[in-house]
Design a protein around this ligand. Structure first.
Ligand SMILES: Cc1cc2nc3c(=O)[nH]c(=O)nc-3n(C[C@@H](O)[C@H](O)[C@H](O)COP(=O)(O)O)c2cc1C
Length: 450
């Protein structure tokens, strides 16, 4: 018997603050103006994507004490942007990254329940914990929580938010003009006491169309993966190669059974970048140009400093790697940057980079172009559609959160040329089958409390 083809899930990441984005490209527009958000969201909706995704950066990253142009600066508030987008889209899911370490469940639950109402059932919450005290300094209590406490807070934050969402039954708001009955009972009452939260009161927002927003999780640690297996509907990951994707996929799906959950209840979505061309050769040429745009000489030095944990501003990007090894100890040069945590063994990584540079005779800039963030999918529309489908059918993911390198028009070509090919193959929807994001993702809507 042939295995039934899996349906692919696709989301659009508004790239904003990251070094995938080529802000200097002649086609690039604002990362703050509303028209940019509208453009990308409407393109994603035209292409029948599952959802639009906003990341969150609560503090501008710094390196050597300075804000640097490796990242595009400026990220407006998530809820404000998503609520505005709800008015100019009608089916597309709206996913926002919101931190569980620095916020309060009452406030976040109220915001997501409101977004779910305004969008008629399209809200999703990417729950992140943040990893550094640097970000914590922005908040009143400052400081930070160690890893295990961050996740125990996240877990209880989530459960508390669920209690708030469930504090209204679906039919508690009666508003019967004939009988004059407005409410049934006393909806919204809650009381929650644990080591993190000590709250009681009345939740002001009636039950929203999805009951609870879709939950996305993006932590990669042991605790993060467990948290996702226990509570999330989808997981956002960096594991975008076939081998790493398959290992991650079977790892997180394998954790579901002990929480009494099915394989299909956690959707695995790696971030992915792409470059298209009329032919594969043209796409590869374009990809090389994009990589050079993404990694200027100055950017190459900044990247190298992140591994070396040292000021390398005196080095020539067109010259060889420093003769000395990375500085041991906690990385203090780059602040607020998640990717620095990937260098768990800087000496071993530096050794690999040195071997590669010597073997291929690469300068610092050429090496950085080679070892950081090469595009996941490069080729003609047919090639890219084939690669994406193969990846999903091989259980390396259930789809992708696509990160275009140009804002806001970087998804147009994909929408016009790749999506129709996926549709022809029968692996991507030709239209939405229901109104809510849970419908798009094939997730059930949590039952209203009786
Ligand atoms: C693909 C991906 C995207 C992420 N995006 C964000 C983000 O936009 N904002 C944020 O604060 N954290 C983001 N994170 C980090 C967190 O999700 C997570 O809270 C953090 O890495 C700490 O968890 P961990 O120790 O389990 O990795 C992202 C992580 C991944 C893997």
């Amino acid at each position: 018997m042939t295995k039934q083809q899996k349906q692919i899930h696709l989301a659009a990441h508004f790239p904003g603050v990251n070094n995938t984005t080529v802000w200097s490209d002649p086609e690039a527009g604002s990362h703050i103006e509303f028209s940019s958000f509208v453009k990308l969201a409407q393109t994603a909706e035209r292409a029948k994507f599952d959802f639009f995704f906003l990341a969150e950066g609560l503090r501008l990253r710094e390196q050597g004490g300075l804000i640097y142009d490796l990242d595009v600066v400026g990220r407006p508030d998530t809820f404000t942007v998503l609520a505005a987008l709800a008015a100019v889209t009608s089916r597309l899911g709206l996913a926002g990254t919101i931190n569980s370490t620095f916020n309060e469940p009452f406030e976040v639950a109220r915001q997501f329940a409101s977004l779910d109402h305004l969008s008629e059932g399209r809200a999703a919450w990417n729950v992140v914990t943040s990893w550094d005290a640097f970000t914590g300094e922005n908040f009143r209590r400052g400081g930070f929580l160690p890893q295990d406490q961050r996740y125990s807070r996240a877990e209880t934050f989530m459960r508390t938010a669920w209690e708030l969402f469930d504090s209204w039954r679906a039919d508690d708001l009666v508003a019967d003009k004939a009988t004059g009955q407005f409410l049934r009972g006393e909806p919204g009452r809650f009381e929650h006491h644990d080591e993190h939260f000590d709250i009681a009161g009345q939740f002001p927002v009636p039950r929203s169309p999805q009951g609870r927003p879709v939950i996305i999780q993006a932590g990669d640690s042991e605790e993060g993966r467990e948290f996702a297996a226990a509570t999330a509907d989808a997981i956002f990951t960096r594991h975008g190669t076939l081998e790493a994707g398959q290992a991650f996929y079977s790892d997180v799906k394998g954790r579901l059974a002990k929480y009494g959950r099915e394989h299909s209840q956690l959707i695995v979505l790696p971030a992915a970048t792409f470059v298209l061309g009329d032919t594969d050769a043209e796409a590869h040429e374009r990809a090389d140009v994009v990589r050079r745009q993404q990694v200027s000489g100055q950017t190459a030095i900044k990247f190298l400093e992140q591994l070396w944990n040292a000021d390398l501003s005196g080095f020539d990007p067109d010259g060889p790697l420093p003769a000395f090894d990375p500085v041991a100890g906690e990385n203090t040069i780059a602040k607020g940057r998640a990717s620095v945590r990937m260098y768990r063994d800087p000496l071993a990584t530096a050794r690999q980079w040195r071997e590669l540079a010597e073997a291929k005779n690469l300068s610092i800039r050429e090496l950085i172009i080679e070892v950081t963030g090469r595009q996941n999918f490069i080729g003609s529309p047919a090639t890219v559609a084939g690669q994406i489908n193969d990846f999903v059918q091989a259980d390396a993911s259930d789809g992708f959160i696509l990160v275009p390198h140009v804002t806001p028009g970087g998804l147009d070509e994909f929408a016009d040329k790749v999506v129709p090919l996926l549709q022809e193959r029968g692996v991507f929807r030709t239209d939405y089958t229901g109104p809510t994001l849970r419908d798009h993702l094939g997730l059930t809507t949590p039952a209203s409390p009786a």
